[in-house]
Write a protein that binds this ligand. Structure first.
Ligand SMILES: Nc1nc2c(ncn2[C@@H]2O[C@H](COP(=O)(O)OP(=O)(O)OP(=O)(O)O)[C@@H](O)[C@H]2O)c(=O)[nH]1
Ligand SMILES: [Mg+2]
Length: 330
């Protein structure tokens, strides 16, 4: 990627990565094309942007046409992975998404304030992770499309409120709903095969809001006694921000991905946007992710990072580590 990108381009690029609707994406892409320096070195980027713009235009048209019959729970995954927040009314689902993203969520002191799922992009260091706020679940009502969304999401975050009298019932409401599917929530990056567990598993965790409220620690202990030991509980305060960074770190770990930075030969690495790949990916997987032409022409790569000496020459099957810098030679 050329190093001489303007600040305006970089800002538009940032907006693109944070965009949550097709219209926002299209606007950001058009701005990226407008602010991209036009010369021979950026021809590939210009072509790529034009391709993305025409795809984004189609997405805008499709989202307008969709209207009435569309499943609001169908939210395309963006960033390193999708985390679906689920819980009883008024537990702080929207507050979490509001604290960690720029999404226009509705936060209220009263229950049933969220009517539709709302996605937003949160950052763990430089890794964008998609959080999806959802309408509440009650014993009487599970929003249509909710269970489909559970299956689509990479992680399910069951949200409870440590200050609520109904804390234990609230936790069991959502976990019980999953158990009935049957799905067992587990806070492990790699899940055991369904056969060995008996029950299919879903990656996820419990987020407990209200860490700032008196008695919170006792209620965490109470919850810990009730829950499956495989489920991690992360107490947070959306009011003070306490533990929100730890939450993001855990989400990143559970997603089981790594980041790699591409480096053009003879230039510094592009640290502005990591490529996100599943753990276990190779330099060839990265090449494919960047562009199929790069993968097709792959000769060798140089890697700076874990388990290699700086700039070590490696083959296509070299396994990447988080934060590796990779220079691909074609
Ligand atoms: N003290 C404190 N209050 C919180 C915390 N998190 C959320 N709240 C409050 O809890 C109330 C409900 O928050 P929301 O985020 O709207 O809850 P929700 O789960 O999205 O509610 P519904 O959309 O109605 O299901 C609001 O008054 C928040 O300010 C927290 O960590 N500490
Ligand atoms: Mg809400």
């Amino acid at each position: 990627m050329p190093a001489n990108l303007t600040p305006d381009y970089q800002k538009a690029d940032q907006r693109y990565r944070e965009a949550t609707t097709p219209a926002e994406k299209l606007a950001a892409l058009e701005e990226m094309l407008r602010t991209l320096p036009k010369h021979k070195g950026t021809e590939k980027m210009q072509a790529e942007l034009k391709r993305k713009i025409s795809a984004a235009r189609e997405a805008v048209t499709a989202s307008k046409k969709g209207g009435g019959g569309k499943d609001p729970f169908h939210i395309p995954r963006q960033g390193a992975g999708q985390v679906l927040l689920a819980g009883a009314p008024n537990v702080g689902k929207s507050s979490i998404v509001g604290a960690l993203t720029k999404a226009p969520v509705k936060i209220a002191e009263f229950p049933f304030s969220t009517h539709e799922p709302v996605p937003g992009m949160a950052l763990y260091e430089d890794v964008p992770i998609q959080l999806v706020d959802t309408p509440p679940i009650t014993a009487e009502h599970v929003p249509p499309g909710f269970l489909g969304a559970v299956h689509n999401a990479d992680l399910v975050a069951v949200v409870v409120n440590l200050a609520a009298d109904s804390l234990l019932e609230d936790a069991d409401l959502v976990l019980g709903l999953l158990r009935d599917r049957p799905l067992r929530l587990m806070s492990r990056p790699v899940l055991p095969p369904a056969e060995s567990e008996g029950t299919p598993c879903k990656r996820g965790l419990v987020i407990a809001t209200g860490l700032d409220v008196p008695g919170a620690a006792d209620n965490v202990a109470l919850l810990r006694e009730l829950l499956d030991p495989e489920v991690q509980i992360v107490p947070v305060s959306t009011a003070s921000g306490e533990n929100l960074n730890e939450l993001m770190k855990l989400l990143f770990d559970l997603l089981h991905v790594l980041r790699a930075y591409a480096k053009p030969p003879g230039k510094p690495p592009d640290k502005s946007a990591p490529f996100i790949l599943p753990i276990g990916s190779t330099v060839l997987d990265l090449a494919n992710h960047i562009h199929e032409d790069i993968a097709a022409g792959f000769k060798y790569a140089r890697v700076w990072g874990e388990g290699v000496f700086p700039g070590q020459q490696v083959h296509h099957d070299h396994i990447l580590h988080d934060k590796d810098v990779v220079e691909i030679h074609v």
